[in-house]
Ligand binder design. Structure first.
Ligand SMILES: [Zn+2]
Length: 211
């Protein structure tokens, strides 16, 4: 047994049960669940395609919550494994570079990481595509999860993202990565800003999505 396993007994990334030994990210039941999981496709404004690994339901929901708020940054590794497989099968050939939907600088400082960026860094490596920062979040807006209607969510994200050095992605087809897509208002706004700044097209992939 590794020393780290004694300090942090390994747990399944999805259901959070203890794993018999280190080395795997998921327990047997969750590994089988992942194999059975069909990618979820959605149609969203400004996007030429959107795919997610799984529905935003348990055990995926709890996993993503630990990733975002519970300090489980290393989940970016298994997430990128699952996501890149899903992207290859559903969005292969639809992009030339990878970017992500960023959190604001203040949120990133407080949490210690920009969660979608962590996934995008690993996914870009697995997909052998360049990772380019294309967006900056100008300010921290209230959490989308606290807003009920699609109109409220759309209004909440309008104008909060800005293109960064558009000359690096003008005319290019972009893959936008986020951890969770709920109503889609955030990734639609990101895509709108990218297209306005000259991107040829935008497709999106996330770990989980609301069906
Ligand atoms: Zn499990």
């Amino acid at each position: 047994m590794r020393l780290l396993d004694l300090i942090y007994p390994p747990r399944c990334v999805l259901c959070h049960d203890h794993l018999p030994r280190g080395g795997a990210y998921t327990c047997e039941a969750c590994s089988r669940r992942l194999l059975r999981q069909e990618p979820i496709k959605r149609k969203l404004r400004f996007l030429d395609g959107m795919v997610a690994v799984a529905p935003y339901e348990e055990p995926y929901r709890g996993s993503v919550q630990r990733f975002k708020f519970g300090g489980c940054a290393f989940y970016a590794y298994p997430y990128a494994d699952w996501l890149s497989a899903c992207i290859r099968s559903e969005l292969g050939g639809a992009f030339e570079l990878v970017t992500w939907a960023p959190v604001s600088a203040s949120r990133s400082l407080r949490r210690g990481y920009d969660q979608a960026r962590l996934i995008a860094v690993q996914a870009a490596k697995r997909l052998d595509a360049p990772l380019v920062r294309c967006l900056r979040k100008k300010r921290h807006n209230p959490a989308q999860s606290g807003l009920k209607t699609p109109e409220q969510r759309r209004a909440n994200v309008t104008g909060v993202y800005r293109a960064v050095k558009p000359e690096r992605f003008a005319g290019k087809r972009i893959l936008l990565i986020d951890d969770v897509v709920t109503t889609g208002a955030t990734v639609e706004e990101c895509a709108r800003v990218l297209l306005t700044a000259g991107a040829a097209s935008v497709v999106c992939a996330s770990v989980a999505t609301v069906k």
